[in-house]
Design a protein around this ligand. Sequence first.
Ligand SMILES: Nc1ncnc2c1ncn2[C@@H]1O[C@H](COP(=O)(O)OP(=O)(O)OP(=O)(O)O)[C@@H](O)[C@H]1O
Ligand SMILES: [Mg+2]
Length: 654
Amino acid sequence: MTTTPPVFPRRSGALSAAMDLRTKIVITLFAVVTVYAVSDHFVQQNLLSKRFVQLERGEALRDMERITAAIEDQLTQLDQLCLIKASRADARAFVSDAGGSYRETGLDQDTLRTERVDLLYFCAGDGRVIWGAIHDPETGRAATLREFPRQRLSVSHPLLARGRVGGRSAVDGIMSTERGPLLVAARAVLDPVNGQDIRGTLILGRFVADEMMGRIASQTGVPFARWQLDGQALGADEAEVLDDVTASVDPVIRERGDGELHVYTELADIRDQPSMLVRAQVPRDISRMGAATVRYALQSTLAACLILLLVLNKVLGRTILDPLTRLTDHAVAVGASDDLNARLELERADELGVLAREFDRMTERLAVSRSALLRTARAAGMSEIATGVLHNVGNVLNSASVSTAVLGEKARELGAEDLSELAETLGRHADDLASFVAEDPRGVHLRPFIEALAHNLEAVQAGIVAEVDSLNGGLEHIRELIESQQDLAGRGGISERCVLEERVEEALAFSTRAVEAEDDLQIERDYEGLDELLLERHKVVEILINLIQNARQAMAEGEYSPRRLGLRVRRTDERRVRVEISDNGVGISAGDLTRVFALGFTTRPDGHGFGLHSAANAATEMGGSLTVHSDGPGRGATFVLELPAEIERAGVEV
Ligand SMILES: Nc1ncnc2c1ncn2[C@@H]1O[C@H](COP(=O)(O)OP(=O)(O)OP(=O)(O)O)[C@@H](O)[C@H]1O
Ligand SMILES: [Mg+2]
């Protein structure tokens, strides 16, 4: 499994809203107001309009009552006239002896006109017509009627007054005639002498004709029409409604288009037979008024809703939305510009004012804590740099201290005691030095001894020189490490021409004796043989020392035999080279693969968790990368350092 140090993308603080608050509120208000207007209109349409229709029907029935009352009134008037006329002494005398002055003074066709009646009959007790005349109001001439023969009425005629006992002295009602419905009234004419006995009957009649109908219509204010129910042709509407009217006790109402209500009722004749169909025409003013009222109510509700909507929008805008928009814009601007010194300064006494002031205070506090944080971060950064320097110096010092120990051992191997002993022996035989060297058995070995001593000295000297060189190299590396840190620009690094494989060897040399008990360590080199490159030498060496050191420590932790340290240098492509440091040590679990680069992560008792962190940072600073691969615990690990393969760079001193 391979992994790289994690990268945390910066979050964008941009506010993206599909629909802003103002639109949502306006839509909600609009929906509420529309629902209110529709339901209000529905209620008015269904309740109010029905009430108007009921009212109108009640009014129509009352109109019809007025017409029937007016007809009744006509009958009463006729009856009163009949009573007056029948009670007159000259009328009584006329009926008793059919003579006298009455005929001369009051009975001719003009009498009908002056009395405004259409029929006047004086009959004797036996039905004989004493005097009778009929006037046709349409033609204005004398006329005849089947019901009223000239000579005699049948004794069973319903209008004839009977004897006082058990008979009737007054009758009125409607009669159907061939000339149309006739209002009739009949009164008994009494004996002029005793005023008791019935001598005859006075019958008065008036046709329900145009003139009477016009009077009733203007008196009631209700236009109406009438049909006589003895075969007179009815209109189509009337024929359709007749059965219903006959079956119903109450008047029947029909809607005729939008404009009128027709109310129908039947009037009975004096024989109690259906005689006349009356139709009142009632304009539908009330339901028209109702519809107009509902319409007006709808319009006024809509207008009120619109005004409410506008006012609410304005008020909400002023009190909430505008300041909220200001607050949001300000917050977004602060987020975008990172300017914590910007202040909203919204002078309001309500909750939004409190919110704005709190926001200002918060950004103020944030600015303070950010600068404190910056100071802390700077200090932490400096301490990280210092730790890095110390860590890398420590790595080299390990090697340096081994070098000094080796130097000590070499010094002991110099053989100074042998030289002293030689000098003492030669001193003792200073007088006979020649014979001692030539003859004495100990003097004979003197030359080979001096030769061996010289050889040993040469070997030790060579070792000391090598060790001193290594020590010098280490000290030089430390010096450069410190120098590069003293100059802050040095973190950008100074590149120099060098061979990458040599730097790997240098790093290996610095780390050679860092870990003990590595007798069986096998170093497997696989170098491609790259040309010189422009590299920040010390950074590269630092990284490699860390990687080789870690590899050796990973192999020292368990029984891995033989321990194999792989050093591989390759060109990745035209623009990059890579160094792979592999080992067959403890390996890394999948969970730890990303954590190994974190500052402070370590699994070693004496580790600091700093090496890989600083190595990865250094690789990034050089435009390269550091990645790790491991098949898991116990299966070794491979770290890959990739670097830009630059050969020339303008302006670089080499
Ligand atoms: N080659 C490797 N094989 C297995 N584990 C490794 C290897 N290299 C690093 N690690 C793991 O990564 C950890 C972090 O390494 P790093 O070099 O950052 O710190 P360290 O070696 O523990 O201490 P120091 O900071 O002193 O080097 C190690 O403790 C170890 O667990
Ligand atoms: Mg380490």
